[in-house]
Design a protein around this ligand. Structure first.
Ligand SMILES: Nc1ncnc2c1ncn2[C@@H]1O[C@H](COP(=O)(O)OP(=O)(O)OP(=O)(O)O)[C@@H](O)[C@H]1O
Ligand SMILES: [Zn+2]
Length: 461
């Protein structure tokens, strides 16, 4: 079945055809690890996870790469200001290397809690300084760079189609920003390598042919995607904010270096909003996955919530919407569990429902409509065994981990524990009448004690 995906380069739905027979290259711009990820960032990774699962559902083998930006992403996307890592390090009172490690671990844990498939390749910017320097050297040899007092810059006027992804109006930008150009030749020029500030030692800095310093933010993605995929690969993803600067500049670099525009498809996840504004790490006021868990929300309820909105529309977060998602997820789990309990034989997924679900996910990941198919399946008159088998198949894409869900263990009140303990002591003292009376008292409270070789267990009746 054809897969239609919205390609932001051509600004239209295109039929997806892999560039190679053996794998599909999928590169997703990763987090800048100066703080915890917020649930907005995680929405983008959830969209990418569903994309990967959809490709796999269609029989493709995906080579999925996520990078970790642990150096070079400046506070301003216009290559000004402090490195977010150095700033985060000061705020946390820890070294930049330590916060990078700590927030990378936390990020991977978040992906795991949301049941995202780990990429085959994780790669971090600071492990690939040599590759980035080599990349810049090639661009320099090809005549696309110039050097200013603070770094090596990419001269965007050398490329006729610079900014095509974002449909940038370059003349307008030049006119508007001329005053703030500094040493840059064009408003859209960007840093490939920044020099360490004179007289200062940064925590993260390296020698290079141009001087001691650190790579610009965009070069890591061009260098690492070429290394782990190819200079020209299938699908490149990120959040919608990456379109005008980060992805535009990645394309410029790769085109200058290899003469290809990096990826065949450019796909972007739209923002999670809060109070009608973008949820943002830099604003300091954001919700983490842990914040939701602290409010007794299941991380997979957030996954469900994200599935209810198309990735190309913004989603406004509210606690009401999350609670509704948690209720819906729980209903689905209860349904699934009851089918699993009734199904005495294994069955094949229903072909008609599977085809409809497949059609929706292949229509540019229309998960809201795919979820509607799920609920129709739940209400259908199919046998429990077939419903379960069909939903198992769908869950390969939904990623709600239905198979592994267990009803939470009931919490046994202290009073019941205390009675059971008294009964244990009565038995130890061979006071059988008292032990029996206590057993009856426990039954009246709705609990059964069982004496086992290893002690006793208490179960609700
Ligand atoms: N509110 C949001 N909703 C969805 N995706 C987002 C949101 N904010 C950022 N993203 C995406 O999350 C991914 C990780 O971004 P990154 O860690 O670089 O965030 P950041 O730019 O440092 O943080 P912020 O923009 O929140 O200050 C990127 O693909 C980015 O486009
Ligand atoms: Zn990137």
């Amino acid at each position: 079945m054809d897969i239609l995906l919205y390609d932001n380069w051509e600004r239209k739905l295109r039929s997806f055809q892999p560039l190679r027979q053996d794998w599909v290259g999928l590169y997703c711009c990763g987090p800048t690890v100066y703080d915890y990820a917020h649930i907005g960032n995680l929405r983008t990774y959830l969209f990418e996870d569903v994309l990967r699962r959809t490709l796999e559902f269609n029989g493709h083998t995906v080579r999925h790469v996520i990078n970790i930006t642990d150096v070079g992403h400046l506070v301003s996307d216009a290559d000004d200001g402090e490195d977010k890592m150095e700033k985060g390090s000061r705020k946390a009172g820890e070294s930049a290397w330590d916060i990078a490690e700590r927030f990378t671990v936390a990020f991977k844990q978040d992906l795991h809690s949301l049941n995202m498939l780990p990429p085959q390749i994780w790669c971090k910017a600071t492990d690939h300084i040599a590759e980035q320097i080599a990349f810049i050297s090639t661009i320099e040899e090809k005549g696309y760079t110039y050097i200013t007092a603070d770094g090596v810059y990419f001269d965007t006027s050398k490329q006729d189609n610079y900014g095509y992804l974002a449909r940038l109006n370059r003349e307008g930008q030049e006119a508007g920003k001329r005053v703030a150009l500094g040493d840059k030749r064009n408003a859209t020029d960007f840093a490939l390598w920044k020099f360490s500030p004179a007289g200062e030692t940064r925590q993260m800095e390296w020698d290079s042919p141009w001087g001691r310093g650190f790579p610009g933010w965009h070069i890591e993605c061009s260098a690492m995607s070429a290394k782990y995929l190819e200079p020209w690969f299938d699908i490149h993803c990120g959040g919608e904010d990456h379109i005008p600067i980060h992805h535009t500049n990645e394309i410029a670099q790769t085109e200058a270096c290899y003469g290809t525009r990096l990826a065949n498809f450019w796909m972007h996840g739209y923002f999670l909003q809060i109070d009608a504004g973008k949820m943002s790490k830099s604003s300091g006021d954001f919700l983490r996955l842990q914040t939701l868990i602290d409010q007794r929300m299941d991380p997979l309820a957030y996954r469900y919530l994200c599935l209810t909105a198309h990735y190309r529309s913004q989603l406004n977060f509210s606690w009401e919407a999350l609670t509704a998602a948690q209720t819906a997820l729980q209903r689905l789990r209860d349904n699934y569990l009851s089918w699993a309990g009734e199904a005495d034989t294994a069955a094949e997924p229903d072909a008609g429902f599977t085809e409809r679900f497949h059609t929706e996910i292949n229509a540019d990941l229309n998960l809201p409509r795919a979820l509607a198919v799920v609920w129709e399946l739940a209400k259908s008159s199919l046998s429990p065994a077939v419903k379960k088998a069909t939903l198992d198949r769908f869950d390969l894409v939904l990623g709600l981990d239905l198979q592994n869900w267990q009803p939470p263990q009931q919490i046994i009140p202290d009073e019941v524990h205390a009675l059971a303990e008294r009964r244990r002591i009565s038995r130890e003292n061979k006071n059988w009448a008292e032990a029996d009376a206590l057993r009856n008292e426990l039954r009246e409270l709705g609990y059964e004690v069982e004496d086992t070789a290893g002690g006793m267990t208490i179960k609700p009746l």
